[in-house]
Design a protein around this ligand. Structure first.
Ligand code: HEM
Length: 213
């Protein structure tokens, strides 16, 4: 219990929780992308993936609950650290001291984080929190991505996700202790590769459906 209070009240503890929840969310996003890519095998393959996912029943509900808890912790602690950083100005040591220096990803992290929240709310309203009795995920995808506005919204959204992850990936590993100077450049490059593949993979789906349907 003492450990929990110490973790939540110290700056490094908050960053460690942000790192674990952020890396957890990144794993979900990667799995989500791999599942969604079944769309390239056609409607049947995509719907069979969705069906298999839903057949996991309680496990999916548990994973969803985990995602909500992770999101709340990540956003809540991120906001607290953001405000504390602002109050600590002009002595903004927290970011400058880091081995990777300041990047677009790190400077914009609080703002891209907020935009991702907006993106996820719209995304859930569109794809998750809908009555699917008379429709299915493929019909929803097709209807959405034949509208140019949504195609732009999704492409911009996933670019923002990629920029946020480009910082979060190496920063998260650094915070949880993988900060050996020898390996940091490699972790940074892997983070960059991961975020580019993530952004390109997700962005390809609305583009593909828009151009082929
Ligand atoms: C082109 C990009 C994307 C497509 C086509 C897509 C597609 C979908 C679909 C079809 C669902 C509903 C699945 C179901 O019926 O259970 C869904 C749920 C979800 N998506 Fe996406 N998604 C995309 C990008 C993203 C991104 C970038 C994120 C996160 C940053 C994200 C987060 C989520 C979450 C949290 C859920 C709810 C998961 C659940 O409750 O089981 N999605 N997405």
């Amino acid at each position: 219990m003492n450990w929990l209070i110490r973790t939540f009240s110290s700056s490094i503890g908050k960053k460690q929780i942000m790192a674990v929840t952020g890396l957890g969310f990144s794993s979900f996003v990667l799995i989500h992308l791999l599942g969604n890519l079944t769309i390239y095998q056609g409607r049947e393959a995509f719907l069979s993936y969705v069906e298999k996912l839903h057949s996991l029943g309680g496990l999916v509900t548990l994973a969803e609950l985990g995602l909500v808890v992770f999101a709340l912790l990540h956003i809540g602690l991120g906001l607290i650290l953001f405000v504390q950083n602002l109050q600590a100005r002009p002595v903004r040591y927290a970011v400058k001291k880091r081995a990777g220096g300041r990047t677009i990803g790190s400077i914009t992290a609080p703002y891209t984080g907020f935009l991702i929240l907006v993106f996820i709310i719209v995304h859930l309203l569109k794809f998750r929190l809908v009555d699917k009795a008379a429709t299915d995920d493929f019909i929803i995808l097709s209807n959405t991505f034949t509208q140019v506005g949504y195609v732009f919204f999704y492409i911009l959204g996933v670019i923002v996700v990629a920029v946020h992850v480009s910082h979060g990936f190496w920063s998260g590993f650094q915070t949880i202790g993988l900060n050996h100077p020898k390996y940091m450049p490699l972790v940074q490059q892997l983070g960059m590769l991961f975020s580019v593949l993530l952004g390109a993979g997700f962005a390809s789906i609305p583009l593909y459906l828009f151009t082929t349907l």
